[in-house]
Write a protein that binds this ligand. Sequence first.
Ligand code: CTP
Length: 405
Amino acid sequence: MAHLTDRRIVLGVSGSISAYKSAEVVRELLATGADVRVIMTASAAEFIGPMTFSALTGNSVAMDQFSGYAGPGEAHIDLAMWAEVLAVVPATANIIGKAANGLADDMLSTTLLACEAPRCFAPAMNFRMMRHPAVLSNLETLKSHGCFIIESAFGPLANGEVGEGRLADTGHIIQAISALADPRRDLEGKRILVSAGPTVEPIDPVRYLTNRSSGKMGYAVASMAAQRGADVTLIAGPNRLESPRNMRIVPIITAEEMCNAVIGHAENQDAVIMAAAVADYRPKSVADQKIKKGADSLVLEMERTTDILTALGDHRPQALVGFAVETNNGLEYAGNKLREKNLDMIVFNDVTAEGAGFDGETNIVTLLHRDGRHQELPLMLKSEVADCILDEIASILRASDTGTS
Ligand code: CTP
């Protein structure tokens, strides 16, 4: 779980329609124990009132450099020095452009220019603005200044169009801010392979079989591992998630491709985490032409795919972790899989529980260990679940490094 007890976070809110979502970000940050101060631009105040943020944080909201500040020095310098992380959520094309070019004409832009703490920006705008070369080059400039960009998501935009430019999910924003505030590097030098997402098994040129995995849990594990310093290889089934930039990504489609990719990259890995929902069966043959309808029923003959975790055999890393998505008798099934697949740990996930499952930002899991321990975790963001899984992996790897396992 992200613990930001007493960490000092300044949240800059600029004028996007998604400004209301930053209230949720503030709440989540406060829930992790952080001390949060908010700066709003004048246009942000057209979308959400400062009162919302002052009520949530218990601190007055900084909006104007020239009035309303009772501190000892200048408001923007004091806040810039107070901040341990400055996060701009949402970040409009305007504030991105000003920050990239060193322009400073209001409270947020002057604070950004004066701030030497880690800074991050969560862009939110219409896809037409998002893909404009000026915006893209300003984002690159910010990165070259050491700022972290919390990639926007693809999805419905304010005007009903669908495209790139939607503010990242709150969970991703919290994860990024936590990583900047708490740069834990306990997996430095470790090689970790993560599989994520579904597999897709073709039936004919227009049809396929797949499952409901969104890939979010596996991506969260891969991202947190990379943030903690690991050299990460992500074997990714088809999904709609943004590709993280700080790792090697191997896209695959079928269970067979996933198997080849995992086995092919397993050599020299310290840990393999199979979060992917791999098909257990695939159509025995794939029709060359579209199958035309005929009789009242159609039987599709299926054959077993290779069990990747079991097949890892000779390439077994120091830490081998599986996932068990179940709907009934979960603990028992998960325990059986732990033993049968010779795992160090299995992450049991009852997808029928409220707040758990495929597409959401949260999960409820139990970690089952080789030595019989069970760790029931409460409802958490997937990034927090990922951190707990990685804590266990870090401890398995430490034990094997020191020969205490
Ligand atoms: N897994 C695998 N290879 C497969 C199928 C699953 O390595 N062909 C891995 C999954 O990535 C997961 C674990 O095995 O980490 C458990 O997957 P799950 O589908 O829950 O279990 P199965 O062993 O396939 O058993 P069942 O579908 O009968 O529950």
